[in-house]
Design a protein around this ligand. Structure first.
Ligand code: ATP
Length: 194
């Protein structure tokens, strides 16, 4: 079974593309962001590590205080790195376990924003990045999240650039207004099931 990563900058459309594979071809998709939120809330070891690093008050009656945690890490690179160093191994362990259920299939997808930045791309057979211009991505996210252009730009500035991702990926899925998307996805499905 191939483990294929789908990454891309904010608003590139990686979740939309992952959902297409899930619904059209019944391909199992591991949505890293969704799973990490679940683990932060339910994984006993991770909870203990987060409390040790950031204080017991980060959980109120067993429920993570997302605002308090975001407040701590948002403008503090060092604290954000500590949080990531706790979350990424927990997600990796969970992902490996999840993969075992699907070992009979030709391939599965792992959708994640930070596959390269986290180094977790190393545990995958290949990584494809979803590419769209910054202008398009800002417009999509502003519409989706009702955020301002400046807020989206601030989030973009914390991620790898489009060029960095493109040069590290085994392939690029173009999700802009210039190329047809679905033929690219059909071709990849054929490739990964061949
Ligand atoms: P994030 O990193 O923020 O999770 P993402 O890369 O997963 O973003 P999506 O949530 O899939 O991006 O897409 C961002 C928005 O753009 C969504 O509202 C989605 O419906 C829309 N979108 C994605 N691709 C297209 C497209 N080809 N045409 C029109 N809208 C699109």
């Amino acid at each position: 079974m191939l483990k294929i990563g789908i990454t891309g900058g904010i608003g590139s459309g990686k979740s939309t593309i992952a959902r297409f594979f899930e619904y059209m071809f019944q391909v199992p998709v591991y949505y890293s962001d969704v799973q990490s939120k679940r683990l932060i809330q339910n994984d006993a070891l991770l909870i203990q590590q987060i409390q040790q690093a950031f204080g017991e008050h980060i959980y109120i009656d067993g429920v993570i205080d997302r605002k308090a945690l975001a407040h701590i890490v948002f403008n503090d690179e060092e604290k954000l790195a500590i949080l990531n160093s706790l979350i990424h191994p927990a997600v990796e362990k969970d992902f490996e376990q999840w993969c075992r259920t699907y070992s009979h299939l030709p391939y599965i997808l792992k959708e994640a924003a930070l596959l390269f930045e986290s180094g977790t791309y190393r545990n995958l057979d290949s990584v494809y990045t979803v590419s769209a211009s910054e202008e398009i991505r800002i417009a999509r996210v502003a519409k989706r999240d009702s955020s301002t252009d400046a807020e989206v730009k601030a989030r973009i500035s914390k991620q790898w650039s489009e060029e960095q991702r493109n040069s590290h990926a085994q392939g690029i899925i173009y999700n802009n207004d210039e190329e047809l998307l679905i033929p690219q996805l059909l071709q990849l499905h054929q490739k990964w099931t061949a």
